[in-house]
Design a protein around this ligand. Structure first.
Ligand code: QV4
Ligand code: CA
Length: 511
């Protein structure tokens, strides 16, 4: 029995649900559109020292160069070949990044675009990031190679060849998403070609994949690809480790395709999470934070051990994808920090932090007409992520992951890892608090009046440093101090006009 238990534990650790983060690290960050040279430096100078577990990187393979509009971010979701060659850098730079990040215990997860190639309407030629020739009209991608046989043109049964009806699972899987040429993943040749690309990355040392547009691939086809994948590189991972898989399926309910169909392959993005949390923190539709008491499965979300969660992603922070207006982003910084703080304190799901760049957001008739704008660049060449003396980023990079409140909550999550959700308190409105066993405690005031109350923290007696208003530095606290008595109680007061109306303390912020 003991042996069996041990065995199944190990089995879990090796499986596709496990992110293979270094011991004690529990969150990853999406460094959207960053160059590989900058990510390598960020792993060494910031992510490793601050306990980040890994990085989701933008698609590394060769893609269409779109000049009208000028170099939009979304061109990277239109593959031309599987050469490692993009605006983020070349294969040598990618390999160097994977080495250096792994060497400091920070994992790399690749955004794999394997459902399709470029749009049907793209011009034939060599307007691609590595200069490879392609002809979408003949379905010719010689740099892979793919040809007409490798696409779903014959299989799709919609009138236009595009997805017209999301209530028809066949259309969703076999027809073109936004005109993107749909790969025939039922063919062994296509499965093998895609698996070769992914294996190339695995052999370099990546720890797993975000599977883009998974809703548009049959779960069985995905499984057939995954079954061809190598184990992770034993230079950094234990023998027999399987790549971490999280599938992008937007399931807000009411469609033919559901998240649960994909659980057998790996984790799945839980898009209800950010949409609901945004609604609650904005206090829309009569929602209040008190209702978060049973956050997680209690809200109709997928099982925690299948969920990849986030407050916003690269799509819905700019009105693409799903979630709608309730999604909180860096543009609403005060509420956003509370949402990310809540996510990182709460045990549900495996968490991903977003890290963005600025763009000239401009609404016309409720639509951001600049939702296409690509990363900070000089004539199309992505700019370096520079670091200011105050540790924030320059050159137009937002770097939410470097905001003190967010960085310190990543550390909080690591400190409370494995501890139960405990000592919930609420005022029936938008003042709430909860702990994580005897390791951490967090209090929010999202009401329009002051919070002033004594709460059971579950923590050992002592003086703790609030890691939201400050930092524990050399045994001193630059922020608010919280005094926990021998009975575990502490008094909290949080003004509703505080810069950040929440307080978080944990075992390692004790002074
Ligand atoms: C246009 C027309 C189409 C027409 C086509 C003809 O709109 O009606 O059929 O031309 O060629 C871009 C343009 C889009 C254009 C298309 C093809 O925006 O207007 O079609 O290219 O040229 C990103 C962007 C898309 C972008 C795409 C490819 O969001 O706007 O399309 O990249 O460049 C659903 C899916 C979900 C998806 C989400 C956005 O279920 O899987 O929509 N999310 C992922 C990624 C996302 C990416 C894709 C999938 C596609 O997170 O970033 O789309 O890889 O919910
Ligand atoms: Ca498809």
């Amino acid at each position: 029995m003991k042996f069996f238990l041990l065995f199944s534990l190990i089995g879990f650790c090796w499986a596709q649900y496990d992110p293979h983060t270094a011991y004690g690290r529990s969150a990853i960050v999406h460094l959207f559109e960053w160059r590989w040279v900058d990510i390598a430096k960020e792993c060494e100078r910031y992510l490793a020292p601050n306990g980040f577990g890994g990085v989701q990187v933008s698609p590394p393979n060769e893609n269409l160069v779109v000049n009208s509009p000028s170099r939009p971010w979304w061109e990277r979701y239109q593959p031309i070949s599987y050469k490692i060659c993009s605006r983020s850098g070349n294969e040598d730079e990618f390999r160097d990044m994977v080495n250096r990040c792994n060497n400091v215990g920070v994992r790399i997860y690749v955004d794999a675009v394997i459902n399709h190639m470029c749009g049907e309407g793209a011009q034939a030629g060599t307007s691609s990031t590595c200069g490879s020739y392609f002809n979408p009209h003949n379905r010719d991608f010689p740099a892979v190679p793919y040809s007409g046989w490798d696409f779903n043109d014959g299989k799709c049964k919609s009138g236009s060849g595009g997805i017209e009806n999301y209530n028809d699972a066949y259309q969703v899987r076999d027809c073109r998403l936004s005109g993107l040429l749909d790969l025939a993943l039922e063919k062994d040749y296509v499965r093998t070609t895609v698996a070769n690309y992914m294996n190339h990355l695995i052999d370099m040392g990546v720890a797993g994949f975000r599977l883009d547009a998974s809703k548009h691939m049959w779960p069985g086809d995905i499984k057939a690809v995954l079954d061809k994948l190598h184990n992770l590189n034993t230079q950094w991972f234990s023998q027999g480790s399987r790549p971490f898989i999280y599938q992008e399926v937007i399931d807000l309910g009411g469609e033919a395709v559901t998240s649960s169909e994909y659980f057998g392959n790996g984790r799945v993005t839980e898009f209800k999470y950010g949409a609901k949390l945004g609604t609650v923190i904005r206090k829309w539709n009569g929602e209040k934070m008190a209702y978060l008491k049973n956050w997680g499965e209690g809200w109709g979300f997928m099982p925690s051990d299948r969920a990849l969660v986030f407050v916003d992603n690269h799509d819905n922070q700019r009105g693409h994808g799903a979630g709608g207006a309730s999604i909180l982003t860096f543009w609403d910084a005060r509420l956003y920090k509370m949402a990310v703080g809540f996510m990182l304190a709460h045990p549900y799901g495996f968490t991903r932090v977003m890290s963005s760049y600025h763009w000239p957001r401009y609404f016309q008739n409720g639509q951001d007409i600049n939702d296409w704008v690509g990363p900070p660049n000089d004539n199309g060449v992505t700019k370096e992520v520079t670091i200011n003396p105050d540790t924030t980023c320059g050159n137009g990079w937002v770097c939410e992951h470097r905001w003190r409140q967010i960085r310190n909550m990543v550390a909080f999550r690591n400190v409370v890892n494995g501890q139960p959700f405990s000592n919930w308190w609420d005022n029936g409105s938008n003042q709430v608090a909860f702990g994580r066993g005897n390791r951490g405690f967090i209090v929010f005031n999202n009401d329009d009046w002051e919070l002033s109350t004594t709460l059971q923290t579950g923590l050992p007696a002592g003086t703790y440093c609030d890691v939201i208003s400050g930092d524990k530095i050399d045994g001193n606290c630059t922020g608010i101090k919280v005094y926990v008595g021998s009975d575990g109680n502490a008094h909290f007061s949080i003004s509703n006009s505080a810069e950040d109306p929440f307080i978080a303390i944990h075992a390692e912020s004790k002074i």
